[in-house]
Design a protein. Structure first.
Length: 360
């Protein structure tokens, strides 16, 4: 009789990862649950109920809840200390990007470098042996015999698709990963958890990596500067550019304009927030660097695709040119609203993720 393959499953305490573990066990795998320990008690954040149900929150109760889930499913369970790497890779980058006037997406770095990097590597360093790594993400992986490459694909249920956050995964990671939820809908997943007798079957989804005020994590001192129009006219003051994102309208402290005004630009060098009418939020071009290609290389130097400029953005048709320095330029068929520096531009052809990079 062949020995069972062992799968390490990232358990977060939510219904998706719990259902993934249930499904894999039912499929005959030996399953080991693993939770990332990322909360650093030295972080200068206030205590409060709002911190619950977020990735970054005090973990004592959460870890005990995950332990109970693992016991109910009947699987082994470990906690993996990822605090130092998380702080250096995710939180330090988060602060740097905001200080530079960009709006980062910490979940993108966390997934590629921590969840799919540090977590399985640290588990092995703790002496845990496994053949595959699995998570509760809604995405799919397929092997393309023609190219000999693994493909990262959108989930079957597009309303739950999380491929945007996974676009930086490399071929070795895709070769050993399982996404049990890729073909499922959320109601089906809740029913699987319900039949397994799991209390998290009806638990609400995690909303963000941190549910408090981002200024808790940034902890920057006030740095006053000007809010200006595109022609340089000073109209108000701000207390720090990190409090503003492209498209922000409320709380600007401005008046006297005939039309609503929005944040249309942030100039970190001049310490200025730039405002303009809604029409100024639209652009038909973007530039991106720090590119990661799922296949290890772009499909061509110039090609057509669809691009998501943020997770909830509907993919827009564009023509992409890859530059000699590895960065890319995209020209959209139609102007897109609020293209934001620091966010990820993720490229698709149909349901296949080509890769993506950081908007600059």
């Amino acid at each position: 009789m062949m020995e069972k393959e062992t799968v390490l499953v990232g358990l977060s305490g939510g219904v998706d990862s719990a259902a993934s573990a249930v499904m894999l066990k039912e499929q005959g795998y030996r399953v080991i649950g693993a939770t990332m320990q990322i909360w650093d008690p030295s972080l200068p954040v206030p205590k409060g109920e709002y911190q619950k149900n977020a990735c970054l929150s005090p973990e004592k109760e959460d870890l005990e809840e995950v332990r109970r889930i693992a016991e109910k499913i009947g699987i082994e369970y470990i906690v993996v200390d990822c605090r130092q790497e998380y702080r250096q890779t995710v939180l330090d980058n988060f602060r740097l990007e905001y200080a530079c006037g960009r709006t980062p997406n910490p979940c993108v770095l966390c997934n590629s470098l921590i969840k799919f990097g540090v977590l399985p590597s640290a588990a092995k360093a703790q002496g845990v042996a496994f053949d595959k790594f699995a998570t509760g993400h809604y995405a799919r992986v397929a092997f393309d015999k023609i190219s000999g490459k693994y493909l990262l694909k959108k989930a079957a249920d597009l309303s739950r698709d999380q491929s945007y956050f996974l676009h930086r995964l490399k071929q070795p990671q895709l070769a050993s990963v399982l996404f049990p939820l890729g073909e499922k809908t959320k109601p089906e997943i809740r029913e699987i958890a319900r039949k397994a007798g799991l209390a998290v079957a009806d638990k609400e989804d995690s909303q963000d990596f941190y549910c408090g005020d981002y200024n808790d994590l940034l902890n920057f001192p006030n740095k006053e500067g000007d809010i200006v129009t595109k022609d340089g006219k000073k109209v108000a003051r701000h207390h720090g550019i990190w409090g503003y994102t492209i498209g922000k309208r409320k709380g600007l402290g401005i008046s006297g304009f005939a039309t609503p005004m929005y944040v249309v630009g942030i100039d970190a060098q001049k310490n200025q927030v730039i405002i303009g009418p809604k029409a100024d939020l639209y652009s038909d071009r973007l530039e991106a660097d720090n590119i990661s290609w799922v296949a290890g290389e772009p499909p061509a130097q110039t090609f057509d695709c669809e691009i998501k400029i943020r997770n909830l953005h509907h993919p827009a048709k564009a023509r992409v040119t890859v530059r000699d320095d590895g960065s890319l330029e995209a020209k959209f068929e139609e102007p897109q609203m609020s293209i934001t520096a620091g966010q990820s531009a993720v490229l698709y052809q149909g349901d296949v993720v080509l890769g993506g990079g950081m908007i600059r």
